[in-house]
Design a binder for this molecule. Structure first.
Ligand SMILES: Cc1cc2nc3c(=O)[nH]c(=O)nc-3n(C[C@H](O)[C@H](O)[C@H](O)COP(=O)(O)OP(=O)(O)OC[C@H]3O[C@@H](n4cnc5c(N)ncnc54)[C@H](O)[C@@H]3O)c2cc1C
Length: 388
């Protein structure tokens, strides 16, 4: 991260979303250190020891948060490639091995944000294919994704399911959205108009294929702990625990970068004849920043430990860690700008980028409010959900 990305992050981030070519070059660099989504690398990253994914998230957050969605959102659709139809596998596996595939996870819709039960995207089975119609919004990597894992209501069963789509075979349109932070990360709308996908790429069909074939099951990057969670929680609830820890620890990474810059500045900047670090009000800010970081980090890794053990605590801890980490990053970057004075507001330093990127962390992958409601429900138990 220091060698490849720290030198370019600030300037490149200002120029807006990555092109497809840039994104692939980045993925290839990550592949060199084992952060990739071919079955072997994905297993090492997600399954052997989930702490590794936590460390990767923290370091990516520390150097360049715009890289997070590129990595985070490619992982889920990539996991399903070995379970898809033979034709899909033949086309995609070589590209996956070469780290040339960019993926996205498309759930959110204009009328279905926190309330994902309101999905309007539909899937109608016609012979051997599903026909998908609808629109998605706020989807990371939408404009550059080769593969998409798309949520839709199956009109036959009336239930929500997901489909693995290849853009080349099942084309869809996209539109870029612009936002406060993560400036280099593409985020967009997606439009599906009579988009056809083989029924073999529907989630429950892919899952039953895996469950009936131990060899195929071995290819999935699922830790023993996650397996236990999957047997006790809904698949979505279980699988979301790890991305929430990732967001929590990436937030702590952003906060760490802002904190380190603040320590340096507090020692170097002289006012009233002494380094500003000698003033008690500056030290108070450093204390506050440090305690938020230490606490958020402990909570993030405690949640990861719960996932590794397959403990049901993982749901509560990962939700709390996501709230705490995101909000800690907002507070820490606020203080970091204050310590830097006017320089903190200048785009010559990465401080204002940290501040904007930190503000992004409390919304995607579950807003702080929804995370609080999940925490409340998991504390109180069955019958206490505030939103269903
Ligand atoms: C940069 C970015 C990247 C994203 N990437 C993806 C992606 O890759 N894939 C994807 O599917 N989605 C993605 N999202 C969407 C994200 O998950 C949603 O924005 C999020 O779930 C909130 O939905 P919403 O924006 O429609 O807000 P709304 O649901 O409209 O919520 C608005 C406010 O109301 C609050 N609220 C809603 N319901 C309740 C309740 N019951 N109790 C208390 N408060 C409530 C919310 O917490 C929030 O503060 C991304 C979003 C952003 C900003």
């Amino acid at each position: 991260m220091e060698k490849e990305f720290a030198p370019i992050a600030n300037e490149r981030d200002k120029n807006g979303p990555f092109t497809k070519e840039e994104a692939v070059n980045i993925m290839k660099k990550f592949k060199q250190i084992g952060v990739a989504f071919d079955p072997e690398s994905a297993k090492a990253l997600y399954a052997e020891d989930p702490v590794i994914y936590g460390i990767v998230s923290e370091e990516v957050g520390r150097v360049w948060a715009s890289l997070l969605p590129l990595i985070g959102m490619t992982g889920l659709p990539a996991m399903f490639v070995p379970l898809a139809s033979k034709q899909t596998q033949d086309r995609l596996m070589p590209k996956l091995e070469q780290a040339e595939l960019i993926g996205c996870f498309a759930e959110t819709e204009p009328e279905a944000g926190c309330d994902t039960s309101e999905l309007k995207t539909t899937a109608q089975l016609e012979g051997e294919e599903y026909v998908i119609n609808g629109a998605k919004t706020w989807i990371s990597n939408a404009s550059i994704a080769d593969i998409a894992f798309v949520g839709a209501k199956d009109l036959g069963t009336g239930t929500e399911t997901f489909f693995l789509l290849e853009k080349e075979v099942s084309p869809f349109d996209t539109n870029e959205l612009h936002k406060l932070g993560w400036k280099a990360a593409p985020t967009g709308e997606m439009f599906f108009e009579d988009c056809r996908v083989t029924k073999e790429n529907e989630m429950s069909i892919m899952m039953s294929k895996a469950l009936s074939d131990p060899e195929l099951m071995k290819l999935l990057p699922i830790s023993e702990g996650m397996m236990q969670l999957l047997s006790q929680l809904s698949p979505f609830t279980a699988l979301m625990t790890l991305p929430r820890c990732s967001m929590a620890l990436a937030s702590i990474g952003i906060a760490q970068a802002a904190f380190e810059a603040s320590i340096k500045h507090a020692k170097e900047r002289i006012q009233f004849g002494k380094p500003i670090g000698k003033f008690q009000l500056i030290q108070e800010m450093l204390y506050r920043m440090n305690v938020l970081i230490e606490t958020g980090r402990l909570l993030g890794y405690k949640a990861i430990e719960a996932i590794a053990k397959g403990s049901l605590e993982a749901r509560r801890l990962s939700s709390m860690a996501k709230i705490y980490g995101g909000e800690a990053a907002v507070k820490v970057t606020y203080d970091a700008l204050q310590i830097h004075g006017g320089l903190g507001l200048s785009d010559e330093l990465p401080l204002e980028r940290y501040y904007r990127d930190a503000r992004m962390m409390t919304i995607p992958d579950g807003t702080s409010e929804m995370m609080k409601l999940i925490t409340g429900y998991t504390i109180l138990g069955r019958g206490y959900s505030a939103y269903t």
